[in-house]
Design a protein around this ligand. Structure first.
Ligand code: PMP
Length: 456
């Protein structure tokens, strides 16, 4: 029999992987996890600095989620929500999310991934404006460096070249405006507030240039995640929302990463004062244990959609596994655990340890900016600190540092030369110390190698 690695190299088509190099470097086989750590085939432990893919908020080995899944599997392993059918887990989860979300008279439509929920949001926006007799009002604005998924429509919203190049996206009617990365994009001497005003003015100009009657919605992650962990500057969302309101443009908050405590409040919308018409959640909803996502829409949006579906006959959208009973049962248990263990209180206590630790690393010769909020952050690696000069992307410095960190027993992700941190929310102060200690050793070693190679 072949080894896992051999079978992988022979048959597995890896997402987000260098497919040419993969057969040479081989896969990293993870066999189990406990708490904030995962273990490879050789038994080596790694602190998961990104909670898998920003999702495993409760860490690994949470028996209550295992039990919730097993119990639901025995009771009702599958049923759907089409044609007025329902079941207890999806119903109770919808009720719970509607009560938690900062959205008036919320309705909850389930899917299985962040991409599917954002894709569904796009379809609803179009469907609704057809219902309202505004068939021209269909354009959707996202931001450069945004990440909203990889389906045809959501990869179009995503503002990252790697997700678009070669894939024949973006599709029509999707537009991008500048991102709110103050450190990278502000003009010399520009304050955060002035930079925020400039971004809001740019948005207004774009809406006016396209024609307000053609612009339907604006998508935003409260903190941009895969684009490099970009925390909005002071006053940014207030100013952006004033523009959206002026031109009757809906706000969709993509809370796939920021939902359920990551930024210190239950939703990033609450941390940054967003008043969204729709919100998407996934990842932390089930702590990543099973696939489930939700699109939460305001009552007024639902009513418009309802009217349109009445004319057509049925609301002709839905996924076989949307609101899957086992995923929903695990999500309900996850939300119970967040409440019982006061995960928000824990994040409030522990976040300063991570944030101060990252800020302390700003003294390191390779680090240009340390940024973050709550339990999400990033370090931007630069060739020249004073001039904020980026490395040549071909040097892949971010990837090198992350590879070094892996040798030192911490798994992180590089977005270009930004190294992201988003550990499980259950991480302890001690474990944050270990994470940063291992990372610091890796960074020093990477720096030494860059100096030896004459790169810095
Ligand atoms: N939105 C955001 C903000 C995300 O971070 C992600 C995934 N990283 C998605 C959407 C897409 O989610 P999925 O991978 O579950 O489709």
């Amino acid at each position: 029999m072949s080894t896992t690695s051999e079978a992988d190299i022979a048959h597995l088509f890896h997402p987000y992987t260098n497919l040419v190099r993969h057969p040479e470097t081989g896969p990293m086989v993870i066999v189990r996890g406990q708490g904030v750590r995962v273990f490879d085939e050789a038994g080596k432990d790694y602190i998961e600095g990104l909670a898998g893919l920003w999702c495993t908020a409760l860490g690994w080995g949470e028996e209550r989620l295992v039990e919730a899944a097993a119990k639901q599997m025995r009771q009702l392993p599958f049923y759907h929500l089409f044609s007025s059918k329902t079941h207890e887990p999806a119903t109770r989860l919808a009720e719970r999310l509607a009560s938690m979300a900062p959205i008036p008279d919320a309705r909850v439509l389930f899917a299985c991934s962040g991409s599917e929920s954002n894709d569904t949001a796009i379809k609803l926006i179009w469907y609704r404006n057809n219902a309202l007799g505004k068939p021209e009002k269909k354009k959707i604005i996202a931001r450069e460096r945004a990440y909203h998924g990889v389906t045809v429509a959501t990869a179009s919203l995503t503002g990252l070249p790697v997700n678009q190049r070669g894939f024949d996206v973006p599709i029509d009617r999707i537009l991008h405006t500048g991102n709110p990365h103050y450190w990278r994009c502000a003009n010399p001497g520009e304050t955060e507030e002035n930079f925020a005003s400039r971004r809001a003015e740019e948005l207004e100009k774009l809406i006016l240039a396209e024609g307000p009657d053609t612009v339907a919605a604006f998508f935003a992650e409260p903190v941009m995640g895969a684009g490099g962990v970009i925390v909005p500057p002071a006053t940014y969302f207030d100013k952006i929302q004033a523009v959206l309101k002026k031109y009757d443009v809906l706000l969709v908050a993509d809370e796939v990463i920021t939902g359920f405590g990551r930024t210190g409040q239950m939703f990033g919308s609450q941390t940054f004062g967003l008043k969204p018409d729709m919100m998407t959640v996934a990842k932390g909803l089930s702590s990543g244990y099973l696939p489930i996502s939700a699109l939460i829409v305001a009552g007024h949006v639902y009513d418009d959609v309802k009217a349109q579906s009445g004319e057509i006959g049925v609301f002709g959208h839905g996924f076989t596994y949307g609101g899957h009973p086992v995923s929903a049962a695990v999500a309900l248990e996850t939300l119970d655990i967040y409440a019982e263990r006061d995960i928000l209180g824990h994040v409030a206590r522990i976040a300063p340890v991570l944030q101060q630790g990252l800020r302390a690393l700003q003294q390191h010769p390779l680090v240009g900016e340390a940024r973050g909020i709550g339990l999400i952050g990033a370090l931007e690696l630069v060739a020249d600190k004073e001039g904020r000069k980026a490395f040549d992307p071909k040097l892949a410095v971010g990837a090198r540092v992350v590879a070094k960190a892996q040798e030192h027993g911490v798994i992180l992700r590089a977005m270009g030369d930004a190294v992201a941190f988003a550990p499980p929310l259950i991480i302890s102060e001690d474990e944050i110390g270990q994470l940063l200690g291992r990372f610091r050793a890796a960074l020093d070693e990477a720096h030494g190698e860059l100096v030896s190679a004459g790169i810095v």
